[in-house]
Design a protein around this ligand. Sequence first.
Ligand SMILES: [Fe+2]
Length: 290
Amino acid sequence: MNTNTPWPAVDQSFLADLATRTPAPFTHGLSGDPRFSLDAIARLGDELGAESISAEQASKPLVSADAGAATALEVVAVSDQIRALAANDSWFTLLNIEQSEPYRELVDQLLEGMAANAGLDPRTMRRRMGFVFASSPGSVTSAHFDIEHSFLLQLEGHRKLGFGKFADREQREREVHRYWNGSYGRLDTMPEQVAEFDLAPGLGAYIPPYHPHWLSNGDSTSLSLTVTFFDRSNGDESMVQAFNEKIRRLGIDPSVYGDAPRRDRAKVAFMRVYGAAKSRITGPETSASH
Ligand SMILES: [Fe+2]
């Protein structure tokens, strides 16, 4: 496989990993790209503005049930704080870098290059997003799950990526409920570890939706990019969950996604119309916890 291309060098076996939501390592050729020098990221942070930056202390427990509130940092001067990462014990996320046109094009290029390698129809990849993570030595990303299909491309520094599993259906449902009520997917108990990947520049991992994972840095500053998308699988599941949370607030106990497929399809149809109407008013929703 040619790793000189910037995108994840997956092959057609990746289609099975995608379909079964199985974590998968890959190589990529994005490390060293000038668009991800610390200085370029600092400038991108200034361009995106404080509302698109999430900042926390670097060191924190692997489990943080308060969605990071206790370790949040104030963003004062984004670019200065990012440039000082090696020493300032902090952890930054630049949210939705696709808001910047050159980075939107890059997110598309990375996902479509991956799709071409895998034999995946690029039209199935909707709501494409990109997130840059810049963190000090010793940083920890607490155990959480995301609802997107995610490709993590490690650009600088070494990290360990742990994968866990929900203990049972009840725990999964409880964490999904917490997700839609402000947890951003952060788990309140540490899951049993089922796999661990070593990440280094040029290496990356596919992180499936609804799959607990966590990260810990080595003794160097870490830079990474995560690109994400929704397809029918996680798009429908997340829409049914959002619908269920709405009617739960009305005192109705809804059927869990997957238990009643016909009802799920009706919920998805409703949410498509509702979501289209809502996004015209509020703009696109964002996620914050990769
Ligand atoms: Fe994540």
